[in-house]
Design a protein around this ligand. Structure first.
Ligand code: FAD
Length: 284
């Protein structure tokens, strides 16, 4: 399939990119890795008259780890998440998740910004960012604003980002221990049937702080505060894990599709969360 004609813009700075978006409103879209947008255009499911390619804006490719805070430019690729030495020690959860996304070809092009900005409930980074309590920086004609990952996703392919805003960076606290990303998929390269991101900080011998987010089990990622709370003060024993799974199942709302009926998805979600908790606890 060939997409309809469009005008191609390739700004070298953020201000110029924002001004193209401002000028053309909902007729313009950012182009990051293109792995979601280009197929949508070819299938004529997305009509884009002005494509604003972000690849020449160098600052969007930066990875910084400073003072216990990790900052990723929106154009950091999934390949870079896997190969960055700084991230391997400051945010190993990212590598564990990125290695489970698609295949090397997709990961060389697909970006962390495109993965979250797209608002696809099947994407792995949104839930991960909610577990990390990440903050997204959006730049528009009136300056920048911060939106918490837990407030960003409104529905399938719908986020709080305005048409003329660019997601420029993602920031979260570094973590070294107590992490796991567990994903069930039908085959290599597939999106999740269910996935769980778990972060556990120990307080002495028990779990002190726990963050849990689930992927592809609702039309947005699901941060389950109740599931995390069920583990706090426990040693993540079988009873506590069962309580966390029960709480998580209250928060998700899967739809039947070619990955299975609702009951199957709920079953898989429970198994996946149990495995993720066990691995995160073993590393805490
Ligand atoms: P693009 O396709 O360029 O953009 C996607 C959307 O986000 C567009 O609407 C664009 O305008 C907008 N956008 C992009 N960047 C910005 C920005 N900085 N500011 C504002 N808006 C922006 N992902 C997973 O998580 N898990 C998987 O298992 C998985 N499997 C895949 C399998 C295949 C075969 C393919 C093709 C893709 C798969 N993906 C998967 C998605 C892929 O990993 C990319 O993350 C995804 O395509 C979006 O990133 P991108 O950089 O390609 O964004």
């Amino acid at each position: 399939m060939i997409p309809p004609a469009f005008e191609y813009h390739r700004p070298t700075d953020l201000a110029s990119a924002v001004s193209v978006l401002q000028e053309h409103g909902d007729e313009a879209r950012c182009l990051a890795g293109g792995h979601s947008l280009i197929p949508m255009m070819k299938l004529r499911m997305a009509a884009v008259e002005h494509l604003v390619d972000l690849q020449d804006i160098a600052e969007l490719r930066e990875i910084r780890v400073e003072g216990g805070r990790v900052t990723l430019g929106a154009m950091v690729t999934q390949h870079a998440l896997i190969t960055s030495d700084a991230l391997a020690s400051a945010a190993p959860l990212l590598r564990e998740a990125a290695e489970q996304i698609a295949d090397p070809q997709v990961r060389y092009m697909g970006t962390v910004g495109g993965n979250v900005a797209n608002g696809d409930p099947g994407n792995d980074m949104p839930g991960l960012m909610q577990a990390l309590d990440a903050s997204f920086t959006l730049m528009g004609p009136d300056g920048t604003r911060e939106v918490a990952a837990r407030d960003f996703f409104e529905g399938a392919y719908t986020t709080t980002r305005e048409d003329e805003e660019i997601l420029t960076q993602i920031a979260f606290d570094a973590h070294a221990k107590g992490y796991a990303y567990e994903k069930q998929k039908r085959k290599i390269g597939d999106y999740a049937t269910a996935a769980a991101a778990v972060l556990i900080e120990k307080d002495g011998t028990v779990a002190g702080k726990v963050d849990i987010a689930m992927t592809n089990l609702s039309d947005t990622p699901v941060y389950s505060a109740a599931a995390g709370a069920a583990l706090v003060g426990t040693s993540c024993d079988a009873e506590a894990v069962k309580a966390a799974v029960t709480a998580m199942l209250e928060d998700i709302d899967p739809m039947p599709d070619n990955r299975g009926p609702v009951e199957f998805k709920r079953h898989v979600a429970g198994v996946i969360l149990g495995r993720a908790i066990a691995r995160a606890w073993s590393r805490a």
